[in-house]
Design a protein around this ligand. Structure first.
Ligand SMILES: NC(=O)c1ccc[n+]([C@@H]2O[C@H](COP(=O)([O-])OP(=O)(O)OC[C@H]3O[C@@H](n4cnc5c(N)ncnc54)[C@H](O)[C@@H]3O)[C@@H](O)[C@H]2O)c1
Ligand SMILES: [Zn+2]
Length: 405
């Protein structure tokens, strides 16, 4: 038996934010990030709409990018004191993910972060509050997913919390919010969405319910991401839907080792002054992982189907896989994303000498590989790598060398 779970309601299209006016409840807490939602006027509007619905509103602001365990615990304390019956998270993946984890702690104050990280082990929520997610970036799709990614900075690693309990009750996918994204954010979040769709399609947990969502998302992202990056606002609006479709697919079909590797490399070099941004990490590792996974016959066929839907040509599956890899690398070029960690600059742009020194990478490699193998996304990857293969794969992602194993 398999399960397919989505939010009860997904409001989409311009003006969808206004649906907050129709919410029923007494108290709502709005969880928000560093300021982009305030600057765009969206935070004020959300507050006003909830007040129009007759609710008392409290705002929890300042949730940082790649939110920490500490932020989650602080937010939960505010919730325990305020006792909201609606949690409304607005912004990118970071504030929404943080609010999901706060929700668990609010409903179960004795629950530790370790408890939360037990995959599909979250107790029943919704005894105290319902959850609405309003996304402002076009990538993570956390507004419809069963996941929350929290960073434990003491360990320098990201932990996925995964359970359908944290799938939001309501998602609001209003493209107006995404129109203020700077170019770099469009590029990174867009390639995150492409990775979600491709990993979901080849995942061992794919099914008839997730395949059409994944394939349609891939077609849309192929058609619209680069145009959106170059300022085409109609394409930007369509990307907001495309990433959400990809999210519906991967929330139910799960992901693969591109994400395992991105989770474990994201914050591990923070002592050298930067993070490898989630979407950029995915964009760099995806072509390498496709080459690795394509040694599995079923995965190779599925990559071939993706290439067909993308009209890439190729007379057999080997050629189709090669064309898919080449196409994705070209997308990275068009979006100013490097091809490997060795050329990943502090500002995320391609550079001759990246911010991660080679000797540091090699020294940390065994640990990163081991943690990537343990990541929750590894289990559904079509080909299970050994420790040695994971290290080799990560090396290819550092040096941009060919994957031939
Ligand atoms: N839960 C999931 O299923 C899932 C999936 C993939 C990634 N993630 C996680 O999500 C996080 C990344 O989220 P993200 O990529 O959405 O970015 P983010 O939420 O970290 O935001 C990045 C920056 O963009 C700004 N911003 C957000 N929306 C904006 C807008 N419309 N206009 C201008 N600026 C805006 C923010 O203020 C912030 O400074 C990571 O922690 C990642 O691991 C979660
Ligand atoms: Zn992702």
């Amino acid at each position: 038996m398999a399960r397919f779970t989505l939010p009860r309601d997904i409001y989409h299209g311009k003006g969808a934010l206004e649906t907050l006016k129709t919410f029923k409840g007494k108290k709502a807490i709005i969880c928000v990030g560093g300021g982009s939602m305030k600057r765009g006027g969206f935070l004020d509007r959300a507050q006003k709409y909830l007040e129009e619905a007759g609710m008392e509103v409290r705002i929890f602001e300042g949730i940082e990018s790649d939110p920490s365990v500490e932020t989650v615990m602080r937010g939960a304390e505010v919730m325990l004191e305020f006792e909201p019956d609606w949690i409304v998270a607005i912004g990118g993946g970071s504030p929404i993910d943080a609010a999901k984890a706060m929700w668990i702690k609010y409903e179960y104050p004795d629950c530790t972060f370790e408890d939360m990280c037990k995959i599909f082990g979250i107790p029943e929520l919704r005894h105290k509050a319902h959850f609405c997610a309003i996304s402002s970036t076009s990538g993570t799709a956390t507004e419809v997913t069963a996941f929350s990614i929290i960073t434990d900075y003491a360990r320098g690693t990201k932990y996925p919390i995964a359970d359908f309990e944290i799938t939001p009750d309501v998602a609001i996918v209003d493209p107006e919010l995404a129109e203020t994204m700077p170019k770099k954010l469009v590029a990174h979040t867009g390639m995150d969405a492409m990775t979600h769709a491709i990993e979901a399609y080849v995942s061992t947990a794919n099914c008839d319910y997730t395949d059409p969502l994944a394939i349609h998302a891939i077609e849309m992202i192929q058609a619209d991401l680069v145009d959106s990056y170059n300022g085409d606002m109609a394409a930007r609006d369509r990307m907001h839907n495309a990433q959400c479709l990809a999210g519906m697919a991967f929330s139910n079909a799960l992901l693969g080792i591109v994400h395992s590797m991105a989770h474990k490399t994201g914050a591990v070099f923070a002592d050298f002054g930067a993070h490898i941004i989630h979407g950029a990490a995915n964009a760099m590792y995806l072509p390498k992982v496709i080459a690795f996974n394509a040694k599995d016959e079923t995965a190779k066929k599925r990559y071939g189907v993706i290439a067909d839907y993308m009209h890439l040509g190729g007379k057999d599956d080997d050629e189709k896989v090669a064309l898919l890899i080449a196409y994705l690398r070209k997308m990275n070029d068009d979006l100013n994303i490097p091809h490997c960690i060795g050329h990943y600059g502090k500002d995320s742009y391609p550079t001759e000498q990246g911010f991660v020194p080679e000797e540091v990478f090699l020294e940390r490699l065994p640990g990163i590989a081991a943690r990537a193998l343990e990541d929750a996304c590894t289990g559904s990857n079509p080909r299970q790598p050994s420790q040695e293969e994971m290290e080799k794969l990560l090396k290819c992602c550092y040096y941009d060398t060919e994957v031939d194993f």
